[in-house]
Design a protein around this ligand. Structure first.
Ligand code: ATP
Length: 234
């Protein structure tokens, strides 16, 4: 198991958001965290990244407790994150955005290069000299994922990658995430768009009001999809 979140409680000041969330991600799996707007998906990712540390509970990455560690340390041990707001540098070119993110890989860990990233996202290659701020939404999303890969993560956290993108761009992005999965990347994917994660994920969790309401494989879920529809935005 690469990630094990156990019974975390996370709050912003006095507002308690997560109430005992537990989830697991095995190496090589794509796991979706679904739920409506405000269910606590982003807060779960922020808890894992150390941006909003949980008040109680445990978060283990490859067996090591990381709850309470600062975000830079958590990033360094191999968790890459793609936030919802796609924070690329608008004044830097595509190439520069990727170059500043290069980190040497840990021993035995993956090793991403510019070449490999352009193989995965061929659309970015001809845009290497374009400034980030002049990219389309879909191109920016690709660049954010590519940038996270340059840090050679063993686990990638994706926060609503399909948000705000046109359907054709979403389907293209889905293919690229599938390709990453085939290459063995472990991914925790937060989505409101259940259809998007359907073909990509091995297992899923549904969050509602800061609690896990459902946990199961995609195949099991699909047998009983209708009863869970109220928890999802479809
Ligand atoms: P979204 O799709 O909107 O990101 P989500 O499932 O990711 O939904 P969260 O972003 O985790 O949900 O938000 C859960 C709750 O926490 C919401 O009620 C939100 O208003 C609240 N919240 C988020 N950030 C803060 C903050 N910085 N301070 C106080 N409350 C916050």
């Amino acid at each position: 198991m690469i990630l094990e979140v156990k019974d975390i409680y996370t709050a912003y000041g006095l507002s308690q958001i997560l109430f005992g969330v537990s989830l697991k991600v095995n190496a090589g799996e794509v796991v979706s965290l679904l739920g409506r707007n405000g269910a606590g998906k982003t807060t779960t990712l922020r808890s894992i990244m150390g941006l909003t540390p949980p008040r109680s509970g445990s978060i283990k990455f490859k067996g090591e407790e990381i709850a309470g560690k600062p975000p830079y340390q958590i990033a360094r041990i191999g968790i890459g994150s793609v936030p919802e707001d796609r924070r690329i540098f608008p004044d830097l070119t595509v190439w520069e955005n990727l170059d500043v993110a290069i980190k040497s890989s840990r021993e035995g860990g993956p090793s991403w290069t510019m070449e490999r990233v352009f193989e995965l996202f061929p659309a970015l290659e001809p845009l290497q000299n374009r400034q980030g701020g002049f990219l389309s939404g879909g191109e920016q999303q690709m660049l954010t994922i590519a940038r996270a890969l340059m840090g050679n993560p063993e686990l990638l956290l994706l926060d609503e990658p399909s948000e705000g993108l046109a359907p054709v761009v979403v389907s293209h992005l889905g293919q690229q995430i599938s390709k990453l999965r085939e290459e063995g990347m472990t991914i925790l994917l937060c989505e409101q768009n259940f259809r998007f994660s359907l073909d990509l994920s091995d297992r899923l969790y549904i969050l509602e009001k800061g609690e896990v309401r459902y946990e199961g494989s995609m195949a099991e879920f699909l047998k009983d999809e209708d009863s869970w529809r109220p928890y999802l935005t479809v």
